[in-house]
Design a protein around this ligand. Structure first.
Ligand SMILES: Cc1ncc(COP(=O)(O)O)c(C=O)c1O
Length: 387
């Protein structure tokens, strides 16, 4: 991040003086598409102001839905049929609302280890009983998944859902192999639980196109996929979408929330539809890809130089690098020393519940410029030396 936003206190990002905080999984604000949003806002207000400022249709405005359908058909080869799409206020909102409508308190939710720590908070809000599934670089281990499901059924607590981030995973940056993708779908189909696929990083692919979504591979109804504009355009828009079986979408569109408030975030949805139709979505995604690819490569090279005893994998996309520390080094203990050296991160030990991250840390390369990332790696190396 090269310049400090003017009203930083009005955003979720809080930077501490003297600390390069690689714990923040935020886009660099200086890369956000301000001019494109300005143009699209003016166009929508001039052309369709009345619709944009009215209560919207429950499933979301037609122009954005049409654009998404075409993009999904072209990129994923699967048709979004009538009634299978809902515009949301982003993945956090969609996950929360999906859980409200699809689960009862105490239901069992399977989760990868480690997983996106803030999704854990949403799952716990409902409150669901979280059951970890051991996960490696290729995804949830299928034998362990099957055994867990069998054990839960025997206890009379069959899982209601599996929450997964299969593409450019948060926190590890990995993408699940095709074998694991198909295996997860098979287990879910046989056992009758819903896979909730958090697909927030799909557009941020740096080396090759992202792997097919679980939603595009699975029989209809097995997967509810959450998509978001937070990483491909900007998080302040609070806009995303859900592709799922029409009956699940219908639970949303016929529910009290949309009956009372109309389509979610109508104005932002109309603005984004104008932006996409003007061709600015692809321009912005390329801009992010170019900047983040350069940052990822700078961080990886600096980690190889300054943390040679750590295991680091190259992520093919997304925001994160997962660093496995040398044996015996705990991520929470390292955090204290790292902050004293002027660098911070998310320790794998607790927030990335449920287990599996005691000796690992999550570094985000999205927020800082390459030089700052190199300096952050140098400071990390300095913090690791006394270990
Ligand atoms: C895996 C994952 N899901 C969801 C989110 C939040 O998405 P949204 O801004 O669409 O709510 C993030 C943001 O960091 C994320 O990493």
């Amino acid at each position: 991040m090269t310049t400090q936003p003017k009203y930083l206190s009005d955003t979720q990002m809080s930077l501490r003086p003297g600390i390069l905080d690689l714990g923040l999984g935020h886009p660099d604000p200086t890369l956000l598409p301000i001019e494109a949003v300005k143009r699209a806002t003016a166009k929508i207000l001039d052309d369709l102001g009345l619709e944009a400022l009215s209560y919207g249709w429950a499933a979301g405005p037609g122009p954005l839905a049409d654009w998404l359908r075409a993009r999904i058909r072209n990129n994923e080869g699967r048709e979004v049929r009538s009634g299978e799409l809902l515009i949301t206020a982003g993945n956090s909102h969609a996950l929360d609302q999906l859980l409200t409508l699809h689960t009862q308190p105490g239901d069992v939710a399977l989760v990868e280890t480690p997983t996106y720590h803030l999704a854990v908070r949403i799952l716990k809000d409902h409150p669901l009983q979280l059951v970890p599934v051991p996960t490696d670089d290729e995804g949830p281990q299928l034998d362990a998944l099957k055994q867990t499901v069998t054990d839960l059924k025997r206890q009379g607590k069959p899982p209601r859902l599996l929450y997964t981030v299969p593409t450019f995973h948060n926190p590890t940056g990995c993408s699940w192999s095709m074998a694991r993708r198909l295996g997860m779908i098979e287990v879910a189909t046989e056992s009758g639980f819903l896979i909730i696929e958090d697909d927030v990083y799909r557009e941020l692919a740096y080396d090759a196109p992202a792997s097919p979504s679980l939603w595009s591979l699975a029989p209809t109804g097995v997967v509810a996929r959450l998509g978001s504009f937070s990483k491909s355009l900007s998080p302040g828009l609070r806009l995303g979408w859900l592709t799922a079986h029409a009956s699940l979408i219908e639970k949303h569109t016929s529910g009290g929330l949309l009956d009372s408030g109309g389509g979610i975030n109508q104005f932002a949805a109309m603005v984004v539809s104008a932006l996409c139709q003007a061709g600015d979505f692809d321009v912005q995604v390329s801009r992010f890809q170019q900047a983040y690819r350069e940052r990822r490569d700078a961080l990886l090279a600096a980690l190889a130089e300054h943390l040679p005893t750590c295991a680091v994998q190259k992520p093919g996309g997304g925001f994160f690098v997962w660093v496995v520390l040398p044996d015996g080094v705990r991520s929470d203990a390292l955090l204290t020393r790292a902050e004293a050296c002027g660098v911070s991160f998310v320790p794998g030990v607790k927030p990335c519940w449920a287990g599996g991250g005691e000796n690992a840390i999550r570094l985000a390369f999205s927020l800082y410029a390459p030089d700052e990332l190199r300096e952050a790696a140098r400071r990390l190396g300095e913090a690791l030396i006394p270990c």
